[in-house]
Design a protein around this ligand. Structure first.
Ligand code: FAD
Length: 459
């Protein structure tokens, strides 16, 4: 029986739009369904609006820095939230529209509707039965609240982008990158901010030196850190909220943000009708080719919970379309994916942490900390840059690069290319630096700071 489409993509976010567009470009008959907003999380409630707000938050401190360079001193006492929100929303609307146009331009049939499975080849798309030879599930994820009394009084990350005003006092719960970025934004725009997390340091999974430097920088910015605690209850007060913590302390706030993880969007998708069982947390299990247990149904992006980043989602979507319809079978690599935390100053990292690398064998570790030139003049506290290379002792390959400091994300993209190509420490050393920059420190790290791993234990 002929199918309505060669490929049906559920979800018009980073992964789904790229996959559908490229597949259509290869000549496939493609449809994409999106129930909420074209462009998905990244464009509408993720990377894009967040980065705009990070940029906004930075200006306040820069205005203060400028005084040391001879500019008149303007304190950022009256940030205009409504103006920022309007500019942000206009940009988000523009980008979301581009996503829709990209699909139409490629000849993709778009459905502004929710799609759910009726059987392994049939979907209900806004009340319409649609069949497809192959189906891609790219439904992304949803922010989660903790299961504590009063959780419904709290907000999640999506809500930052619809707030009508800056909360005067905010509690941000969570120690991951979204929590840290939200704390940075809110404090930078003028709120009093508490960051509350379960571990001694924020940013679990990042290199330990970076985690320590991040905590120092957040505190120097003026964010109150509450390590080793969990919130236990939120209660409404006449003029705000009260957050009770596991250490018996209380915090009053006007807004409480749960930045406590995201759940894959699989509930109500009818997966059982397609013969697919999600994992305990809701993620869809797939093989290395992103096939589910049904070989003609694929899943990618945040719904599989591997590397939850936009460029990863688009790379995998593109590779899948090339594989299925472009006579170019290939896989996007999950190795050495560079990533950033847009706090102040930002963090960027690629490759292995010292702990991960040391577990595999002896490593040479190079660390430097310095005040960047701008802040030797501005004298702003907490602006020290940290740079670190983790090098395999046997092969001298650079296994990991980590940075906390201004422009870290911009610098790390290039370092990611070098590490992906297998660059050695000697390749870094013979590279001539760009002077005067912070980036040149990555090619002038002459003195080994320490040895870690098996050999370290033997020494
Ligand atoms: C606050 C925040 C900040 C972030 N910052 C960054 C960053 O700086 N850099 C970075 O790389 N990543 C960042 N991310 C992560 C990034 O946004 C995601 O990894 C990326 O969007 C995943 O793409 P996706 O296509 O898998 O899912 P999504 O972009 O979430 O797209 C899934 C789409 O499917 C739709 N959908 C769901 N179910 C159905 C259904 N049944 N029928 C029809 N449509 C459906 C949803 O409405 C959604 O639009 C951030 C995320 C958040 C929340």
């Amino acid at each position: 029986m002929p199918y309505d489409f060669d490929l049906f993509v559920i979800g018009g976010g980073s992964a789904g739009v790229r996959c559908g567009r490229i597949a259509a470009g290869h000549g496939a008959r493609v449809a994409v369904a999106e129930e909420r907003f074209w462009g998905g999380t990244c464009v509408n409630v993720g990377c894009v609006p967040k980065k705009i707000m990070v940029n906004a938050a930075e200006y306040g401190a820069w205005m203060e820095d400028a005084a040391a360079f001879g500019w008149p001193h303007h304190r950022h006492q009256h940030h205009d939230w409504a103006k920022l929100a309007a500019a942000r929303d206009a940009e988000v609307t523009r980008l979301s529209g581009i996503y829709g146009k990209l699909l139409a331009g490629a000849g993709v049939t778009s459905f502004d509707a929710r799609a759910t499975f009726l059987d392994p080849h049939t979907l209900d798309v806004g009340g319409q039965r649609v069949t497809a030879e192959r189906i891609v599930i790219a439904t992304g994820g949803t922010p989660m609240r903790l299961d504590i009394p009063g959780a419904e009084l709290g907000l999640v990350s999506d809500d930052l982008f619809t707030l009508k005003a800056l909360p005067r006092r905010a509690v941000v719960i969570g120690g991951g990158y979204i929590a840290v970025e939200f704390a940075t934004i809110l404090q930078g725009l003028g709120a009093e901010v508490d960051l509350m997390y379960r571990a001694p340091l924020p940013l679990r999974g990042f290199d330990e030196d970076i985690r320590g430097a991040a905590a120092e920088a957040l505190a120097a910015q003026g964010i109150r850190l509450n390590p080793d605690v969990r919130p236990t209850r939120i209660t409404a007060l006449p003029d705000g909220l009260m957050v009770a913590m596991s250490n018996n302390f209380m915090r009053e706030a006007d807004a409480v943000f749960f930045c406590t993880g995201r759940a894959p969007n699989t509930a109500g998708l009818g997966l059982e009708k397609a013969g697919i069982a999600p994992l305990a947390g809701g993620a869809i299990p797939v093989n290395d080719d992103h096939q589910t247990v049904q070989p003609h149904i694929y899943a990618l992006g945040d719904v599989i919970d591997r590397v939850n980043l936009t460029p990863m989602a688009t790379a995998v979507g593109h590779a899948l379309a090339d594989t299925l319809f472009g006579s170019n079978p290939r896989r996007a690599s999950y190795d050495n994916v560079a990533t950033a935390v847009f706090m102040s100053p930002p963090i960027a990292t690629v490759g292995l942490t010292e702990t991960e690398a040391a577990a595999r064998g002896p490593v040479d570790v190079y660390v430097t900390r310095f005040t960047p030139m701008r802040h030797t003049i501005s004298k702003r506290e907490g602006r020290k840059t940290l740079m670190k290379l983790v090098v395999c002792q046997a092969t001298q390959k650079v296994l990991g690069a980590h940075m906390l400091g201004e422009d870290a994300a911009e610098i790390m993209q290039g370092i990611g290319i070098a590490i992906g190509m297998g660059a050695t420490k000697q390749d870094f050393d013979r590279t001539i630096g760009i002077h005067p920059t912070a980036a040149e420190e990555f090619v002038t790290l002459r003195t080994r700071t320490r040895v870690a791993g098996v050999a370290a234990a033997a020494q």
